[in-house]
Structure formats: structure tokens, C-alpha cells
Design a protein around this ligand. Sequence first.
Ligand code: GSH
Length: 223
Amino acid sequence: MPVQSGSPIEIVTLDWVPDFARGYVRDFRVRWALEEAGIGYRTDPVSTVARPAAYFAEQPFGQVPAYREGAVRMFESGAIVLHIAERSEALLPRDAVGRARALSWAVAALNSVEPMLMELATVDRFAQGEEWARLRRPSLVADVEKRLGQLAAALGTRDYLEGRFTAGDLLMASALRMLDHTDMLAAHPLLAAYQQRCLARPAFLAAIEAQLAELRIEMPEPA
Ligand SMILES: N[C@@H](CCC(=O)N[C@@H](CS)C(=O)NCC(=O)O)C(=O)O
């Protein structure tokens, strides 16, 4: 159970999402980071169907999550996770070398891995059946396979990208969840095991349980 510290933290979440998005709304990343850091929080669900105009002053794109902590106002899940990581050695090593590596992996997750996985999710889910999606998919799949191979090679046989868990792993494992509708990770057993290791962490499970509970959905039975 996280402990309270400093100013109360509030995460802006959505009050409803369709079934496929439950457990995947990006506020889970912020909840996960706070759970890893042992920092308590509350949420302020915003209406999915009618986002108040004032909310755009807080999150310019009207999306979630947004983050409030005293005078601090933040948006972008990656930035928020790194902000939390500044407060916790559990997410960011104190030594300069380890910290630099963790930051590199965090940005790699957001900038070099997530965009192509997001594009695949768009092709497979949101543009399903459209001609452009059918034409785009083969070369996109090839790009994703290549990137996964490179990531697997960098991970090697380590438990985490830099040996110990960091915010970089949190964001990488979060990004890899965008492949959940495929079996593409199976081609890389060590990477798949890494993903499972990250997602078996009590802090991740608590984060997902909290999101699902807020959306009033029961946790599925573990496979
Ligand atoms: N890059 C942003 C993306 C945020 C995002 O896509 N949020 C989605 C939920 S996962 C959202 O708010 N969707 C509703 C909308 O775009 O109106 C972040 O990581 O915070």
C-alpha cells in the first residue's frame, strides 16, 4: 500500500472507455510509477464524452493522464513517469551512469519503439478493413519485427534492460503492451519473458487493478 508523501497527488483519468481499452488507458503508467515509488495518489476522472473546455488548459490535447501535485501541473505520461522517478531510487538509479542509461531507455520506449507499435495498433484496430491499412501492414510488420529483434539483442539475457528495473523498463514494457493483440513477441522468447517479468511486478498489478476498479470492471482471472 503506497504511503502519502509531499503534496497530495491527483491523476486525471477518463470516466469511461470501451472494453478493449480497459486496463490500457495511459494513466496506468503513472499509477504504476507511483506504486513502484510507494507514493499515494487519488484520481479525478474527467468525462470521456464531454471533456470540459477548461481541461484543455491543463492537457493541451484534452487527453489523459494529467497530473497535479501542489503547484505542479503535468501532462504526457512519459514526462510524468520521469518526474516521479526523480523522487524514487526504485525507478531511477542515483548514480550518474545508471541514471543516464535509464533515461535513454525511457526515451527509446517513447520515441523509438512506441510510435511504430502504435501505428500497428492503428492499422489493425482503428483502420481495420481499410485498403490503405492492408497495403501498409506488411512493411510495418517487417519494421516492427526488426525493431523487436534489436531490442531483444540489447536486452540479451538480463532481467531488465540495465540489469535492474528502472523507469525505462516501465515505459518499455508499457509500450510493448500495444502488441497484445498479436503474437509478435513470441518470436523473441527472452524479450517476451522480460515483458512478463515487468508485468508480474506487484506495482503493475496494483496499477491495473486500480484502473479497472475505477472503470468498475472485475480483474480477469490470471491465465
Ligand atoms: N502521449 C500521450 C498520449 C495520451 C493518450 O493517447 N491518451 C488517451 C488515452 S490512452 C486519451 O486520452 N484518449 C482520448 C482522446 O484522445 O481524446 C501520453 O502518453 O500521455
